[in-house]
Design a protein around this ligand. Structure first.
Ligand code: 26Q
Length: 824
């Protein structure tokens, strides 16, 4: 993957005095790696060879600390945290690792002595895109924070051969291309072919002297690949263990020898398929057998692995599990863990059911990340019976005991049993995975205060009534190391000048920055920093898209997965309204704006892809219209990923967080942008609510219906047609789209989108339109009063320290895991 996300020319840095000795040692180790590991002569080495050599040299530094950490954990016999996630969106690791080790400047100097440019090397590294979006990136931030806080932990997931698809834009349409991050090898991982667990599928269950014995029809081996995760200042490292699937009997030699070469390899292909591709769905369950195989595969491997470690370390006493292990389920994707742990305890360790249930429930906790009905996982009973017959029996038994308990506990006003059952009889018989995760967990958490409250009131209402203490809130967080120190070194230098270097170890020290809210000198420096960051982004946009954007314009960004509930459509419709206005009133004192979009749509999500096409069609017309005189530009940056986020966020003036209230569980991009000083325009949704509480209502542009009002409006039935009729500006926008102003070649292209808007308008685009336009007008007014703008920006950065993932992890550690974090 070629990319130029980091601009070399104007990178200003936190300066660490380079000690010659360290630099010389690093230089020698890079050359040694190039020679002995990569096998290349420095005279002919390419950037990629140098990247590999540099990464391997850095890995040596990490490995020492990793082994030391592992040793400490083993000796201390303390509690370990296991974070089970189908996604880890870690992005690039070279700069992140060097940053945490405090070696960035030394590596830069060492490479310079070799005539190699560090920033060019950074750009060689492919993003590890083992996730779709927020949930996967959260897992990556959490791993980094757990390492920083010295909490012994393991991340468990799948080593996908192909991460999230590459997005290309072809004539305005999203096209998906396969992603191949492993093509040139992965310098960060250590293969552990000796760490392997058999994963069974299908087959039969028999009873033998009262004991259930499952004989799977198929066995797939899970092989471990470990990546160390180094914490801040390199004190401590944890392990990200990703499983790769291998056929247990790799080749049917007899078939091969008979000449059936393809047939001989068939089982192998079927087994390998499990770890081939990340599901590209974001919030829409694909509902396919392969997905269930992936879920069980990595869950079973992880549980077998952690139980084996526990037995080795704690004298074979499985009953100690809840004291020594905390298992966190990242959404329901690993929810089968509840049944699998019960199987391991009851069938393999012969623990009586009730005690096994106490152990399971005491060990497992579950995080919910979405309330969207289409994203709540459920699996057909028939599929479960075929693929996981013993687990299905266990689910039935859990359900029986649960419903018995309900009958015993319930008051007369309780929910009907059918609503509480693990089996949903409505849409064919399906297992409700969120209910299974709930029952098997001692704590269930939401990811923002609002989301947690909505969990209690909606999806989990009935279970919450039965177990009122189980649902807790843990508002999300982000790692400041990556999203501030590494991504925005210029701002970091200013902040450490003002609040001191203690900021580097304590995000909450940022609050002291509030004292500079009205300091003209600080405003001036902020303006310079932002301008430099915007210039770098402008260069990237020019290189990639051949669109010139003005660094003095307001950079207004919406970067996230493309989904109807996130309402990129609201944004682009308001862009069209602005375009119409600029043409109608050319002499008005307009604020020059660049509307920047980036994000992928799930490959099967037709409407989201149509929204991307609309954005590109609008960009084409607006950017090419001389009447606009550069006052408005629209940019869609293809192939959004972690590295692109790192390039855009420091250059953003305005952060669009405009989801339909009640639908975005938390958001974490909102935190990254506000931390870097962008002002937010947003709805009262997810963590926006808490951002407002902290930065102050004057420093955020909140608009639109709140979650309750959305529910109320949906209950009243569609009123979109009347809303549009009352808003001539919106009517004109919808007419322009519907008549093909942006799609001359196919005037009816967006009919489907327009019909939804004037029909049920489920996502309240028309309902919120007027309020959004007004909020955008207020944004422009604030921008025209620069001291007021920078004051708000300072107060955003200053009050965002609480959204550090260190704070989030401390809360999990104290309230859910009962594991002791150490201050770095
Ligand atoms: C499920 C079944 C089959 C196929 C795909 C899926 C699937 C995959 C990914 C369902 C959901 C996801 C991802 C959800 C997600 O990223 N949620 C986001 O989590 C963030 C971290 O908590 C929140 O900040 C976001 O608000 C939330 O949307």
């Amino acid at each position: 993957m070629s990319s130029d996300l980091i601009s070399t020319a104007d990178a200003s840095r936190i300066s660490i005095p380079a000690e010659d000795e360290d630099v010389a040692a690093l230089r020698r180790s890079v050359v040694a790696k190039l020679t002995y590991a990569v096998g290349r002569d420095p005279l002919v080495a390419t950037d990629r060879d140098w990247f590999m050599a540099a990464a391997l040299a850095v890995r040596d530094h990490i490995l020492e600390r990793w082994l030391a950490s592992t040793r400490t954990n083993f000796v201390s016999k303390g509690k370990r945290v296991y974070y089970l996630s189908l996604e880890f969106l870690i992005g690039r690791l070279l700069h992140d690792s060097l940053n945490n080790l405090g070696l960035v400047e030394r590596m830069r100097a060492a490479l310079a002595e070799l005539g190699v440019d560090y920033d060019r090397l950074r750009n060689i590294e492919p993003d590890a895109a083992l996730g779709n979006g927020g949930l996967g990136r959260l897992a990556a931030c959490f791993m980094e924070s757990m390492a920083t806080l010295c909490i012994a932990s393991h991340g468990y997931g799948i080593r996908y051969t192909h991460g999230l698809f590459r997005q290309v834009i072809d004539k305005g349409w999203q096209k998906e291309l396969p992603e191949d991050w492993l093509t040139f090898g992965n310098p960060w991982e250590v293969a552990r072919p000796d760490v392997m667990h058999p994963i069974g599928f299908g087959g039969t269950v028999e009873t033998d002297a009262g004991r259930c014995v499952w004989s799977p029809a198929e066995i797939v081996n899970a092989v471990a690949y470990d990546t160390p995760v180094i914490g801040w200042r390199g004190h401590y490292a944890n392990t990200l263990r990703l499983w790769s699937a291998w056929a247990a009997d790799s080749i049917h030699l007899d078939a091969f020898n008979r000449g059936d070469h393809v047939g001989a390899l068939e089982t192998r292909a079927r087994a390998n398929a499990i770890s081939q591709v990340l599901y590209p769905g974001d919030d829409t369950p694909a509902g396919q057998e392969l997905r269930l195989r992936q879920e069980f595969f990595f869950t079973s491997a992880s549980l077998q692995d952690l139980v084996a470690r526990h037995m080795r370390q704690h004298n074979g006493d499985i009953r100690l599990l809840p004291d020594k292990a905390a298992i966190q389920l990242n959404d329901t994707h690993p929810a089968i863990a509840v049944a699998e742990l019960m199987r391991i305890l009851v069938d393999l360790h012969e623990i009586p059911w009730d005690e096994a249930w106490r152990i399971t429930n005491g060990t497992i906790a579950y995080t919910n990340h979405t309330l969207l009905p289409e994203a709540l996982e459920s699996w057909p009973v028939s599929l479960m019976e075929r693929l996981l017959p013993r687990h299905m029996q266990i689910v039935y038994q859990i359900n029986r005991l649960h419903l018995d308990a309900v009958c015993a506990m319930q008051r007369s006003d309780g929910a009907p049993l059918a609503a509480l059952s693990l089996i949903d009889d409505n849409a064919g018989r399906r297992v409700r995975m969120s209910s299974l995760a709930f029952l098997g967990s001692h704590r269930i958490n939401g990811v923002s205060a609002l989301h947690t409250e909505l969990m209690r009131q909606t999806v989990f209402r009935d279970l919450h009534r039965l177990y009122p203490d189980r649902i807790v809130n843990k508002t999300n967080g982000i790692t400041l190391r990556r999203w501030l120190f590494a991504a925005n070194p210029r701002l970091t230098a200013l902040l450490t000048d003002i609040v001191g270097t203690r900021l580097l170890d304590d995000g909450e020290a940022l609050t002291a920055f509030a004292g500079a809210a009205d300091d003209a000198g600080v405003h001036e420096r902020l303006a310079q920093i932002r301008r430099a960051n915007k210039q770098a982004l402008a260069k990237l946009v020019a290189d990639r898209l051949h669109i010139a954007i003005d660094p003095d314009a307001l950079f207004d960004v919406q970067i996230k997965r493309v989904h109807e509930y996130k309402r990129q459509l609201l944004n682009i419709l308001e862009t069209i309204a602005l375009y119409n206005e600029i043409r109608a009133r050319p002499t008005f004192n307009w604020v020059p704006r660049v509307r920047i979009f980036a994000g992928k749509a799930a490959s099967s999500y037709h409407r989201a892809k149509l929204i991307i096409k609309l954005i590109n069609d609008v960009a084409h017309v607006v950017n090419g219209d001389p009447a606009v005189r550069g006052l408005l530009k629209v940019v869609f940056l293809p192939d959004y990923n972690v590295s692109m986020a790192e390039a855009i966020i420091p250059a953003a003036d305005l952060s669009e967080q405009i989801s339909t209230a009640g639908m975005e569980a938390s958001g974490t991009g909102n935190m990254k942008l506000a931390l870097n000083g962008a002002l937010t325009i947003g709805t009262l949704d997810g963590a926006n609510v808490e951002i407002r509480e902290r930065v102050g209502a004057d420093n955020i542009f909140i608009f639109g219906l709140n979650a309750e009002q959305v529910v109320e409006r949906r209950r009243r039935g569609p009123g979109a047609r009347e809303t549009v009729a009352d808003l001539p500006v919106l009517q004109a926008v919808l007419d322009a789209v519907a008549y093909g102003v942006f799609s001359h070649d196919e005037p009816g292209r967006f009919r489907e989108l327009m019909e939804e808007l004037t029909g049920s308008d489920h996502f309240m685009v028309t309902a919120d339109f007027a309020a959004y336009v007004e909020a955008q007008r207020n944004v422009a007014l604030r921008w025209q009063n620069r001291p007021a703008w920078w004051r708000s920006s300072v107060l955003n950065t200053a009050n965002l320290g609480w959204f550090s993932s260190d704070r989030a992890i401390r809360e999990y550690a104290e309230d859910i895991w009962h594991a002791t974090p150490r201050r770095p």
